[in-house]
Design a protein around this ligand. Sequence first.
Ligand code: ZN
Length: 313
Amino acid sequence: MDNFIKNLPKLPNFIGMGYCNNPLSRHLIKRGEIEIKAAYNDTKAKTYLLSEGKVLLKQTANGRDPLFTMAEASQFQMAPYQEVLLGYLGDEPRFAMEVLQDLDNCSDNIINESLRALAMKHMVEPEHVGALALANSLLSWHKSHKFCAKCGNQSQIMDGGYRRMCTSCGAEHFPRTDPVVIMLIIKDDHCLLGSGHNFDPTMYSALAGFMEPGETIEDAVRRETLEEAGIAVGDVHYLTSQPWPMPHTLMIGCIGVATNYDINIDEEELRDCKWFSRNEIKRMHEDQHHDELKVPPSFAIASQLIQYWLINE
Ligand SMILES: [Zn+2]
């Protein structure tokens, strides 16, 4: 058994990938109504405040702090029944709440920032970014799942936000995670990158797409690559994953080996798609490309797949 483990390929630390480090313990949550109330009234409890995917931040002498005491949070107008108990840091409960009021009318020392910009610009300590990803995914799910999908009546929040139950038929509903495959397709010393219609035209990234029901990860990689680029894929290897909380996606990062070179772009999906040599990708990664073409920043899993390929010649 030891040899089996030793012989498994070593994966790197995917340094700088956003939304991945969440220090909160969820398994410690006691999810009954009494326990949730006790956690809420705990003097050590703190909460993240979000509004339509934007994160509220306190400007302090030491920088920006996304955590508010319950007393500070009570000064904001909150969406009803939207507070969720994310988990615990040690014995300190950490909640997330949806703020309803106009963010332009907050006091001077409160700013707001999109979760994406906050992660990209490293605006808060890294420990908060994963917890905020969880917060945005859960709050978004509650906002769009107020009614029972089975009978159409109202459902109510349960288990501190990790479940909803229909008040009429009793059906249970659980927070959703949408799996997306994202794959670096390689052949010989080249890799395949695409540029979407909503991208900066100089930005090229790994192809990606939502998985479909009844599909393996490997088959989703093959289907999406064939649909978007006309490239057939043989071997597929899973590498790593990244929560992508806009609003509740899981990016499943893979390397796929192409069996043909001829690209046939799906123009509805992609503006452009090309094979790039290893040297060209190196220059793009280092912002040294002669046409200023770029690959995504390190906080995105696409960049991590590219970096993994670059260091493993
Ligand atoms: Zn129902």
